[in-house]
Design a binder for this molecule. Structure first.
Ligand code: XIL
Length: 319
């Protein structure tokens, strides 16, 4: 059947997919749409593989919610992007405020990665190993890992993940790196430093949380993706949504359709861009309204799980 994923695959991509989360899976109409592989050949675990869920206290691992989504993906025949191993956010206090020294925190980080990646070995085709390590000016974000271990925490994390599941593609993932600038350059430097350390990095994820009318142009996105590909990695659009002031005006929706097409066109133009994931597919479950006050309507399906024809068709036809 025709759909967003079918079109992406016909264009030579590996997938078109969506983020999802456990509490949404009791909504049967939602699950039916999520499981339609014509639209979604891939799902990303929105929250339940983050550190606070997986290892809420030291050495206690809790995989129940992550397993539910991994099983659903397997049942549907969808690829699974696993998200995320090392991030300053949704990190339990026992890590962020633990006061650990360098040697101890390295061992805690390695143990977390090894345990989680081993649990999901063979199930995750991509792992977001490190998420959001950069400030807007391209310098390293200060967080407990950087402050305690230094910049080496990033390559150490990648090397540890690679040892636990050599078959998974390992990604660095961030936002505001979707067009040229200091932060994009910082992310390129992370790729270089991981390689210089002798560790493996396979890909860079561009979150792409955009705003209607100020989304980077297709050509700006294309040339930026190509700058990463030139470093010897693949690229993926990992958390695409395009928010606007709510309620959305008809002109905003028309602009939003164009903005979605820009990102699809950029990925299409770059052969090493392997796929696009939207950050959930319906406004019913978007993270935007609770994070950006007064904004939303960011996704191609509305709050009633009805496709917005103009936006959906723009994505479809941009492949
Ligand atoms: C968001 C989830 O969608 C929300 O449900 C949660 O409350 C906060 O995190 N960048 C990321 C994602 O890498 O993990 C974030 O997901 C959105 C921003």
């Amino acid at each position: 059947a025709d759909g967003l994923n079918t079109r992406a695959v016909a264009a030579g991509k590996e997938y078109f997919g969506t983020g999802t989360d456990n509490h949404e899976l009791t909504d049967m109409a939602y699950v039916t749409a999520l499981s339609n592989t014509a639209d979604f050949g891939q799902i990303t675990v929105g929250n339940s593989m983050k550190w606070d869920t997986i290892e809420p206290s030291r050495g206690t691992f809790s995989y129940t919610n992550g397993d539910v989504i991994a099983s659903l993906a397997a049942k549907n025949g969808q690829k699974l992007r696993c998200h995320t191993l090392v991030w300053y956010n949704q990190l339990p206090n026992w890590v962020s405020n633990g006061g650990f020294d360098n040697v101890t925190l390295i061992s805690i980080m390695k143990n977390h990665i090894t345990n989680e990646v081993t649990h999901y070995k063979g199930k995750c085709f991509h792992w977001d190993v490190v998420n959001e390590a950069l400030n807007e000016d391209g310098t390293y974000r200060t967080n407990v890992f950087y402050n305690t271990i230094g910049p080496a925490y990033i390559p150490i994390a990648f090397a540890t993940a690679a040892a636990a599941d050599p078959g998974a593609k390992l990604y660095y993932n961030d936002y505001n790196i979707e067009s040229a600038g200091a932060k994009s350059t910082g992310a390129q430097n992370i790729v270089k430093s991981i390689k210089a350390y002798g560790a493996k990095i396979d890909g860079v994820g561009f979150q792409s949380h955009f705003i209607v009318g100020s989304t980077p142009s297709q050509s700006a996105q294309t040339s930026n993706l190509n700058a990463f590909v030139a470093l010897g990695v693949e690229v993926a659009i990992t958390e695409l949504d395009i928010r606007t002031t709510t309620p959305a005006t008809t002109s905003a929706v028309t602009q939003q359709a164009k903005d979605y097409a820009s990102t699809v066109g950029a990925c299409k133009a770059v052969s090493k861009c392997v796929g696009i994931t939207i950050w959930d597919f319906t406004d019913k479950y978007s993270w935007i309204p609770s994070t950006f006050s007064g904004q939303g309507a960011a996704l191609p399906w509305d709050e009633n799980l009805v496709k917005k024809a103009e936006v959906y068709n723009a994505i479809l036809n941009a492949w």
